[in-house]
Design a binder for this molecule. Structure first.
Ligand code: C2O
Ligand code: CU
Ligand code: CU
Length: 553
């Protein structure tokens, strides 16, 4: 970390940085004075930090060859590395997805973002623990041709995170048009841990889209969210990926607006999970299938040598119930339909060992202390019995943990035709008295996917809500099954696919479900968000602020 001398008070440069009117800046007059802005945006230190990594990022209008025939008009992120290790910005070929950003723990990152769209936007780094000013809150949107400068230090565990737009009311359509990209944080210890690297480490972004006869994206918003009827992986349909008869790490992001996936192998081989939203689990767990809601990530270890070389293997999304009113708004492919996500063509090539890559210098990150060495070649049915998992992140299953002292409780329900959190919808700057927390405190929040006062379901059983909290990773400490019989039987079709044992920033609540999460508010005061990550629900106001304040403030 190169931290240069603390500034004496706030320099002009810092002001520009904090206010997002920086180096690329188009100065849109700001009425906010210097001292208040630093405080308001959670950077009271006002230190000048030289970045280790500097990236110029733009959101632009573009087009991409997605389907055969006409190209599709998309919006996309594109980026140039200004400073930092080669490979920090990794474009994905043939896609509208933004480049992958590869960060290391401890790096000071500066991102100069320019809006080249025709409407307001702002970028959010989903899952990252960053200061308020760098979190992409909707009140920080910038107009077309304006710029915003993000400064943050990478304090997160190695893992896969992502970035996407966050303007209020327009996140759904902007992400749908293509604005999304991955962030992979790595501490260089993957090889030492026996994890596949390089070509054996495959990020997979799963999204659904609908296009018209001209191959142009179709989008509309509804209370149920938007479901596309074509499944894209890394921006392409009908993906058939050629793999060797070897062990791979598949890092999967559900980058869809509303669709939930129930990922499984066609022959019911269990999936070996090594990580979730906030990085690696303490030990791998197995699941018959994976329930993956919008914004959730799952990190899988797959040994393709367990299937015959030369065969082709579909990764499927299995049928489930409770995906929305009557399954969701897309008659062609409802939420809960059974379909192939992609296929893997398994080559004859057998790679017996994963050779360490020279660049992977072991550099134990501050938070990484897991070892996967003994497990790498035992991804079959016997990967369970590794080193004893830590209690907090063991293979938690529903109803194993007794409900604990809850600090705050949020019911998810519809009121006056709107999805709400405790009956409230989004207000740009406001927090209610029960939405203020103290820096340094640890709390349990409970989410209840139910109308208060019971009343089983509504219109066919309510809707799933993937709840996301900004600024932190939490632990899921308990999950209670629905009591309503219909909701319960729907829940039974997805519950075995939950991976609740690791660090999470997004948790799915099926209709009637109740979940408790534990979190600690660290390092930064300020205004952050919690919301449903069904992007149409979010856009329609199923989002609230919470404020982290100094203790006693
Ligand atoms: Cu992935 Cu508030 O967002
Ligand atoms: Cu987020
Ligand atoms: Cu929702």
């Amino acid at each position: 970390m190169n931290t240069s001398s603390p500034a004496q008070g706030l320099s002009r440069r810092n002001f520009l940085r904090l206010s997002g009117l920086g180096t690329l800046g188009v100065l849109a007059g700001s009425a906010i004075g210097f001292p208040s802005i630093a405080k308001a945006l959670g950077r009271p230190d006002a230190e000048l930090i030289e970045p280790d990594v500097e990236i110029n990022l733009q959101a632009v209008l573009s087009q991409a060859p997605i389907f055969s025939g006409l190209e599709t008009q998309v919006w996309r992120y594109q980026a140039d590395l200004i400073k930092g290790p080669a490979g920090t910005v990794q474009p994905i070929p043939n896609t509208y997805l933004g480049p992958i950003f590869h960060f290391r723990p401890g790096q000071n990152v500066r991102i100069n973002f320019s809006n080249r769209l025709s409407e307001e936007t702002i970028v959010h780094w989903h899952g990252l623990h960053v200061p308020e000013a760098a979190d992409g809150h909707p009140r920080l949107v910038i107009a077309p041709n304006e710029s915003y400068v993000y400064d943050f230090t990478v304090l997160d565990r190695p893992g896969m995170y992502w970035y996407h737009p966050h303007p209020h009311g327009r996140t759904g359509p902007q992400a749908y048009r293509g604005l999304a990209g991955l962030i992979i944080i790595s501490d260089g210890s993957e090889t030492a841990q026996g994890l596949p690297t390089g070509a054996y480490d495959l990020p997979l972004v799963i999204q659904d889209r609908t296009v018209d006869s001209q191959n142009q994206l179709v989008y509309f918003t509804s209370m149920q969210g938007f479901l596309g009827d074509k499944i894209l992986v890394n921006g392409q349909p009908d993906v058939a990926l050629s793999v060797e008869s070897s062990v791979y790490r598949l890092r999967v992001l559900n980058g869809s607006n509303s669709r939930i996936y129930k990922l499984a192998w066609p022959d019911a081989t269990p999936l070996t999970v090594i990580g979730t939203d906030g990085g690696l689990l303490d030990a791998p767990v197995q699941r018959p299938y994976i329930t993956l809601a919008p914004a959730e990530r799952v990190d899988l270890l797959v040994d393709f040598s367990q299937w015959p070389a030369g065969s082709s293997l579909a990764l499927r999304s299995l049928a489930f119930a409770g995906g929305g009113f009557g399954g969701g708004n897309n008659a062609n492919l409802p939420n809960g339909a059974d379909f192939a996500v992609m296929t893997f063509q398994i080559n004859d090539t057998v790679v017996p060992t994963l050779t360490p890559t020279p660049s992977a210098t072991p550099d134990p990150g501050p938070l990484s202390n897991v070892t996967y060495m003994p497990l790498i070649f035992s991804t079959g049915t016997k990967a369970q019995n590794s080193t004893a998992p830590a209690p907090a992140s063991s293979d938690f299953r529903a109803e194993q943990v007794a409900p604990q002292q809850v600090a705050r409780s949020f019911s998810l329900y519809m009121q006056f035709g709107q999805w709400t959190l405790n009956g409230r919808t989004f207000q740009m700057e406001a927090t209610a008295p029960d939405e203020v927390v103290e820096l340094g405190s640890t709390e349990i929040w409970e989410f209840i996917n139910q109308q208060p006062g019971g009343g089983g379901g509504m219109m066919g059983g309510g809707m799933p809500h993937p709840i996301h909290i900004h600024d932190l990773q939490f632990r899921i400490i308990s999950r209670q099954a629905p009591t309503d019989p219909t909701q319960l039987s729907n829940w039974e079709t997805v519950k075995d696919g939950y991976v609740d044992g690791g660090w999470k920033d997004t948790v799915l609540l099926m209709p009637g479900e109740r979940v408790q999460v534990q979190m600690t508010f660290k390092d930064y005061t300020g205004l952050f968000l919690y919301h449903c990550h069904n992007l149409e629900h979010e856009d329609m106001g199923m989002m609230r602020n919470y404020r982290i304040v100094e203790p006693g403030a």
